[in-house]
Design a protein around this ligand. Structure first.
Ligand SMILES: [Zn+2]
Ligand SMILES: [Zn+2]
Ligand SMILES: [Zn+2]
Length: 161
């Protein structure tokens, strides 16, 4: 499946997003190509599910002085353009990833904050139904699974199969 191959590339950690690809993404989204936008895309590709603070630091490491607000503005523009997906952890924190448009969902550990991707069973939005009687034009269902990751969950006694 195409989506899974794409995931494998993203997970491999190498050559995540070439400067050419970043530039092409910006142009095809109708955005002007600027150094902060290119750097932000590249840093997101290298740090899936990072928060804005981490991304701003990554952009500064590449470009030198860039204000936090400038990076926040870039994140907003990239998200608006559909190049970046914002994952809302809670009302105060967001994490960012390159948009893959595969409608995948997230597991969020409430102890360490780790976020893991989990494929959508359907793979396209919306993957849950509403009662049509509501008359609501459903576009997507944002599914977040909260709990404890394998590292944070209390260890289970070994299970012999
Ligand atoms: Zn955890
Ligand atoms: Zn994700
Ligand atoms: Zn789903």
């Amino acid at each position: 499946m195409l989506t899974q191959r794409h995931d494998a590339v993203l997970d491999s950690g190498a050559g995540l997003l070439s400067p050419e690809d970043a530039e092409t993404s910006l142009r095809s989204a109708g955005l002007r190509v600027t150094a902060p936008r290119l750097a932000t895309l590249t840093v997101i590709a290298e740090n899936q599910h990072a928060d804005a603070e981490t991304l701003a630091q990554g952009v500064r490491d590449r470009l030198g002085a860039v204000s936090r607000q400038a990076v926040y503005d870039v994140l907003a523009a990239l998200t608006e353009a559909g190049l970046v997906r914002r994952v809302t952890v809670d009302e105060r924190r967001s994490r960012y990833e390159l948009a893959r448009h595969d409608n995948h969902h997230h597991l969020i550990c409430r102890s360490c904050g780790r976020i893991e991707d989990v494929p959508c069973a359907l793979g396209h939005a919306p993957c849950m139904d509403l009662d049509p009687a509501r008359g609501f034009a459903l576009e997507e269902a944002d599914v977040v699974f909260r709990g404890l990751c394998a590292d944070c969950a209390p260890t289970q006694p070994p299970h012999v199969v």
